[in-house]
Design a protein around this ligand. Structure first.
Ligand code: GAP
Length: 449
């Protein structure tokens, strides 16, 4: 097994061991490619979503938020083209019975699993939408779908959002939510799953300005990934030459995962395809009257469509390090060098020993800090062990109460990435953590006073 495959194995094991992400319904043997986020994973996920929401909605006056229902009118999926076009050609190996997306085989006639030659069946179309029934009768007319993307909930609500929010073009609507796809070949841990979360934003513009906004959003989204602390040499923009039926231009933001360069987010100039189709199928007008231009038109859409689970997997890969301990170079430590804003816990709080009033002071510090950020109290095992547990969880600070604390109300603070330690007054801890978080740069260490 190559080191790259080992890294994915190590990350999967860390996720399970520390309660970031684990197999869904594990006690029943698990459900293929479906995962649950545990206590640390759910915090990390919240932090990523918050960061996206804040930068895309709360810090801007030209984007509104929405939270649309997962089950929509079935005609939505006819209008969007999903009922007819959201299919993958599937082939099966007659020897080992494994199934593949025909597109993934790139003209090879050899089965990638068992090596048999010319063993594939003819391709047949496989629908990617999950079907269910609305109401008690399971009949054709009651068929409903679990949404395969959140975008359609934005398009059909264009007027419902624009009018009360008093927005004028150009403006956008953003949404975070679950999407479902009956993928033929899920895999690579949480990279391709059948249930996942998207963070999508649709920006409505005048047709002549779509190209300009497409370039603008490419740049904004690049900056967003940079702000999360990604190693930017691992992030790539890949222009599509083969476009989806709706797109006029498309680029993928890709990350160098251990299993290869793969998509995190798509940015598309969708033209007026979506609103025209909903106008046609619903009979309702999706035209916009542009007062400034004195012109009526169906807006063009520039979309940014990212996957939260993929972003989290990329963050875990990007921040995962195995390195030598500062105090004892014969020992290795595993550390997640996550941006402190994203880290599930901001600080671990430890009494050096469980006596001499230290636990009481440490608990007092915990109570004081908890309203400001997530903290973890730990009095189990040696200090070295406690540090290592927090390193693996990505916790940027470890605060230790020791004998000196009782005399002068100071504690030691140890920084995760550099393992540097300083003494700080208890009353200054919250400010210091906030200052460090605001000015964090990879491996830079503690802020100077
Ligand atoms: N509205 C456009 C759209 O949905 P997409 O490229 O099919 O475009 C957007 O999906 C993003 O959703 C992808 O870049 C990826 O991050 C995420 N995504 C798509 N399918 C996924 C899956 N099966 N598992 C995890 N994430 C997925």
């Amino acid at each position: 097994m190559s080191r790259k495959q080992d890294v994915m194995k190590d990350i999967t094991a860390l996720c399970k061991r520390r309660g970031f992400i684990f197999q869904s319904s594990e006690v029943y043997g698990g459900v293929a490619s479906t995962y649950d986020y545990g206590p640390l994973g759910v915090e990390l996920k919240h932090n990523v979503k918050d960061w996206w929401w804040r930068s895309m909605v709360q810090l801007r006056s030209d984007i509104e938020g929405i939270d649309a229902a997962i089950i929509m009118h079935p005609k939505v999926w006819v209008a969007s083209g999903h009922v007819d076009e959201f299919v993958d050609p599937l082939v099966e190996c007659r020897q080992c019975h494994r199934r593949f997306k025909a597109d993934d085989l790139e003209n090879t006639k050899q089965c990638p699993v068992c090596g048999s030659k010319d063993s594939f069946t003819e391709p047949r179309l496989f629908h990617l939408m999950f079907q269910t029934f609305m109401g008690p009768v399971q009949s054709e007319e009651n068929i409903a779908y679990l949404r395969p993307e959140t975008a359609q909930g934005i398009y059909v609500n264009f007027e419902n959002v624009r009018v009360p929010a008093r927005q004028k073009i150009p403006f956008g609507i953003a949404q975070i939510g679950k999407a479902f796809r009956n993928e033929i070949t899920p895999g690579n841990f949480t990279f391709r799953t059948r249930e996942f979360e998207q963070m999508e934003m649709q920006f409505f513009v005048h047709p002549n300005e779509a190209e300009k906004w497409y370039e603008y959003w490419k740049n904004e989204r690049r900056n967003w990934y940079e702000s999360l602390g990604f190693h930017m040499d691992k992030l790539h923009f890949h222009d599509h030459d083969k476009l989806a039926h709706y797109a006029r231009a498309a680029v993928d933001i890709e990350y160098d995962f251990p299993f290869g360069r793969s998509e995190l987010e798509g940015i598309h100039n969708r033209g007026n395809f979506d609103l025209s189709r909903h106008q046609e199928h619903s009979g309702k007008s999706f035209e916009y009257f542009d007062q400034q231009r004195d012109e009526r038109y169906i807006p063009f859409i520039v979309e940014t469509s990212g996957g939260i689970d993929r972003c989290i997997l990329a963050l875990l890969v990007d921040s995962y390090c195995e390195e030598r301990e500062a105090s004892d170079s014969s020992k290795m430590r595993t550390v997640l060098k996550l941006h402190p804003e994203l880290a599930p816990f901001k600080a671990g709080i430890f009494p050096l020993v469980n006596r001499d009033g230290m636990p009481e002071i440490a608990r007092k510090i915990e109570r004081k800090l908890r309203p400001h950020f997530m903290v973890f109290y730990d009095d189990g095992g040696s200090i070295g062990r406690r540090y290592r547990r927090q390193d693996e969880a990505g916790t940027p600070f470890c605060i230790t109460v020791d004998g000196q604390t009782i005399d002068d109300e100071t504690v030691t603070i140890r920084e995760r990435d550099t393992m540097e330690q300083v003494r700080v007054k208890i009353e200054d801890i919250a400010d210091m953590v906030a200052c460090y978080t605001d000015h964090w740069e990879r491996d830079k260490g503690l802020p100077s006073n």
